[in-house]
Each structure stands twice: as structure tokens, then as C-alpha cells.
Ligand binder design. Structure first.
Ligand SMILES: NC(=O)c1ccc[n+]([C@@H]2O[C@H](COP(=O)([O-])OP(=O)(O)OC[C@H]3O[C@@H](n4cnc5c(N)ncnc54)[C@H](OP(=O)(O)O)[C@@H]3O)[C@@H](O)[C@H]2O)c1
Length: 387
């Protein structure tokens, strides 16, 4: 039996993860769940999956939560530190990190250090501290398996291959809702429009990242760390159907791809059962019904977040941490109406220009850069009334 912790169980990836676990059957057991605001869903999940402990971060009235649970022995935590201790529990085999944002970093690092398998959807933790995360993998018995469909595709394409025979990784991007929108109409984009992704149902932060294409930029950085490849070897292709989840091109000119309908339960299940493949016959990719698969180059001018991500990656020295923190603040500000769509890359650009690397890039140093960037951005936002 695999004992699993799901951090961020009430989110899009968290809900899909529990669906996968339920379908996998009794060999997969939920021992802990964590969420932040969605008390109703956490109660429902707890009563259904019967974990022994749960976290509801910052819950004002945990006793109200207790009264709604069928099992009175469930331990309830409200402190953010509990995310880490839950992930490191002695009985835990696998942690699904489906938290959104930098909050996921410590859980990823400490679960790896404790020798757990970490199935990571929380790409922000890899972007902001990729070296630390990969050091934690190298220095422990822990294993890191990506849930992002692109990186899951790359992992699957690389099975049985030698890393030195890889020429390029080619990450596919749907292009988001504004793929065909002319640049001179970007100033009028609203949060409501940006939240309508053509292919994927996801949480609000990643949906906005997909509209700016920052999501693909973050994935380039994630791929660099996960697969230890130079930025020049990681390319992006726009593929609006989201059926090919990524390609690996080899030195002899062969290209491998992984395909399936866009459904996150496939990469989630692969991460949970890795290295095995178990049946999942509820997702059927019928190639006869897929009319066409198309590919085109990304437009770095209309989507400047792509270039910012490559720039942060090639500069290193804490720039990806700055990029990630500034992006989190910019997306939050766009969603609450403080920033316009075009001002998202502007805020990230000025944050990166303002940053000057100094000091060590250990955990303390990374968290300081993250914190300073957030404070600096919040101050900047005082001068950013929405036009
Ligand atoms: N959605 C996708 O298809 C997809 C695909 C690839 C990668 N990812 C990545 O997966 C991660 C999660 O994405 P998502 O779309 O599932 O996001 P989401 O729907 O917004 O879910 C985020 C989850 O994290 C919880 N959470 C947020 N802040 C927390 C905190 N401080 N303490 C404890 N829990 C907290 C939320 O709890 P409440 O809901 O209770 O507030 C929720 O359960 C992101 O890094 C994203 O980039 C997502």
C-alpha cells in the first residue's frame, strides 16, 4: 500500500489527484490532506478518504471543522508549518505537492530530504530554487516526479535513452486564449477573458500564466533543472490542440513525443504509480477523432514573459526567484484589477532590473530574495492604478 499526502487537495490538481487515487483502488491510501480556504470541500474529502490528519491553513475556527468530520480522531492543524511536517510523516511514501506558488517550496525540499517520493505539480518551487531542489534529490533517497504534463511527457520520452543523446527538449504550449489576438488589442484584455483557457480547467494563477505564456517560461526553467539541460536546448512550439504534451529530439534526428487527450489525470497517475503504468481506461485518446495536430513558433513579441523567463534562466544567480515572485504578485494584481494584462510583464521586467545578485543562494538567501521582491513589487503597485 502506498501512503499518500495531498497538499493542495481542494485545487484543480488536488481534486484530480484524489479522483486518480480513488480509481486506483485500495493499494493507494490517503494519509493526509491540506488546503487553505475551501473548508466545505476539505470536509467532504476528509469524510470520504479518511486521512488521519489534515491542515486548513489559517483556519479561524478549527473546532467548526472538527464538528463536521465523521471521524473524531482526525488530527487538525492550522499552521503553515504543518504542510512540511505532514509531508515528512514517518508513514508517508508519496507526497503530491499541488500547492500553488512559493508556499510549496519547503514541503518539496523537506519531503525529498526525508527520502519521500515527491510528485510535484508546484512548479514555482522548482523555478525559485531549482538548484536546492535538485541538490535535495541528489543528497537523499528522495525522488522527484513531475506532474506537469509537458515534463511528464519528457520523462516518458527519455525512458531508456541516454541523456547525452538528447539534442533538444521541445515543450508544447497551447498558446492560451490570446493566441490569435492582435498585439494592439492586448491592452483591453480583462481577467474574465484571461481566465477562459481553451483546453484546460485549472486554478486561476496557472490560467493567467497560460494566457501570458509565463507558464511556458516557468516550464522551460523547470525543465532545465529537472533534466539538467542548457537553456539553448529547451525549445517551445505552439500546439493549440494540447494533444502532444512535449517532444524530445535526439542527436540522430529522431523525435519522440507523448500524446493523449488533455486530461491531467494521465500525468498525475503516471507520477503516482511511477515507474509502473497501471490501467486507466476512463481516458480514451481516439486518434481517428482528432482531426489535425498543428504546430507553429511562439511569438516572443506579443508574449514577452517567454523572453523574460529565458533571460532569468540564463542569468541564474537568483533571477528565476525574482521572476517567480514578481510574477506571483503581478498575477494577483491583475486578478484583483490593479494591473492590466500588459503591465504583468512590465512589473516583472522592472523587478529583474532592480535586482542585483549578492549573497549566498542557500534556502535563507532564496527566501530573502523572494520576500524582498514581493515587498518591492507591492510598493511599486501603489503607483500602478489601472488605466
Ligand atoms: N491545474 C492544472 O491543470 C495544472 C497543470 C500543471 C501544473 N499545475 C501546477 O499545479 C499547482 C496547483 O495548481 P492548481 O491549478 O491546482 O491550483 P488551484 O486550483 O488554485 O489550487 C491550489 C491549492 O493550493 C491550496 N493552497 C493555496 N495556498 C495555500 C496555503 N498557503 N496553504 C495551504 N494550501 C494552500 C488551495 O487551497 P484552497 O482551495 O482551499 O484555498 C488549493 O487546494 C500550481 O503550481 C500549477 O502551476 C497545475
Amino acid at each position: 500500500v502506498k501512503n499518500i499526502v495531498v497538499l493542495g487537495s481542494t485545487g484543480s490538481i488536488g481534486r484530480n489527484t484524489l479522483d486518480v487515487i480513488e480509481r486506483l483502488g485500495e493499494d493507494y491510501n490517503v494519509v493526509a490532506l491540506a488546503a487553505k480556504t475551501n473548508i466545505d470541500l476539505l470536509v467532504e474529502q476528509t469524510n470520504k478518504f479518511r486521512p488521519s490528519r489534515i491542515v486548513l491553513v489559517n483556519a479561524a475556527h478549527p473546532e467548526a471543522l472538527r464538528n463536521r468530520l465523521n471521524d473524531s480522531t482526525v488530527e487538525i492543524f492550522t499552521d503553515e508549518n504543518a504542510l512540511v511536517s505532514l509531508a515528512c510523516g514517518e508513514d508517508v511514501d508519496l507526497v503530491v505537492n499541488a500547492l500553488v506558488g512559493a508556499i510549496g517550496l519547503r514541503s518539496t525540499l523537506e519531503a525529498l530530504a526525508a527520502g519521500k517520493v515527491v510528485a510535484v505539480a508546484n512548479k514555482e518551487s522548482i523555478v525559485m530554487a531549482g538548484n536546492l531542489v535538485m541538490e535535495a534529490v541528489a543528497n537523499s533517497d528522495g525522488l522527484l516526479i513531475p506532474i506537469d504534463s509537458e515534463h511528464s511527457a519528457v520523462l516518458q520520452c527519455l525512458r531508456g535513452e541516454s541523456p547525452h543523446e538528447v539534442k533538444h527538449l521541445i515543450l508544447t504550449a497551447s498558446g492560451g486564449p490570446f493566441l490569435k489576438r492582435p498585439a494592439d488589442e492586448f491592452s483591453t484584455i480583462t481577467a474574465k477573458e484571461a481566465l477562459l483557457h481553451p483546453n484546460w480547467q485549472m486554478g486561476p494563477k496557472i490560467t493567467i500564466d497560460s494566457a501570458t505564456l509565463m507558464n511556458k517560461g516557468l516550464e522551460v526553467i523547470e525543465a532545465h533543472y529537472l533534466f539538467n539541460l542548457e537553456p539553448e536546448k529547451i525549445k517551445i512550439v505552439i500546439h493549440p490542440q494540447s494533444v502532444v504534451h512535449s517532444f524530445v529530439e535526439f542527436v540522430d534526428g529522431s523525435i519522440k513525443a507523448q500524446l493523449s487527450l488533455p486530461d491531467m489525470r494521465i500525468p498525475i497517475q503516471y507520477a503516482i504509480t511511477y515507474p509502473d503504468r497501471l490501467p486507466a481506461d476512463y481516458i480514451l485518446t481516439d486518434l481517428n477523432r482528432i482531426a489535425s495536430l498543428t504546430f507553429e513558433p511562439p511569438d516572443f513579441n506579443r508574449f514577452p514573459c517567454l523572453g523574460l523567463a529565458y533571460d532569468a534562466l540564463s542569468r541564474g544567480e537568483g533571477y528565476p526567484t525574482v521572476l517567480n515572485a514578481a510574477n506571483e504578485i503581478a498575477v494577483e494584481a491583475f486578478l484583483n484589477g490593479t494591473l492590466s494584462f500588459l503591465q504583468i510583464p512590465e512589473l516583472i521586467t522592472v523587478s529583474m532590473n532592480e535586482y542585483h545578485p549578492s549573497g549566498r543562494l542557500d534556502l535563507k538567501g532564496i527566501l530573502e530574495i523572494d520576500e524582498k521582491t514581493r515587498i518591492w513589487c507591492r510598493n511599486q503597485l501603489k503607483g500602478y492604478p489601472r488605466e
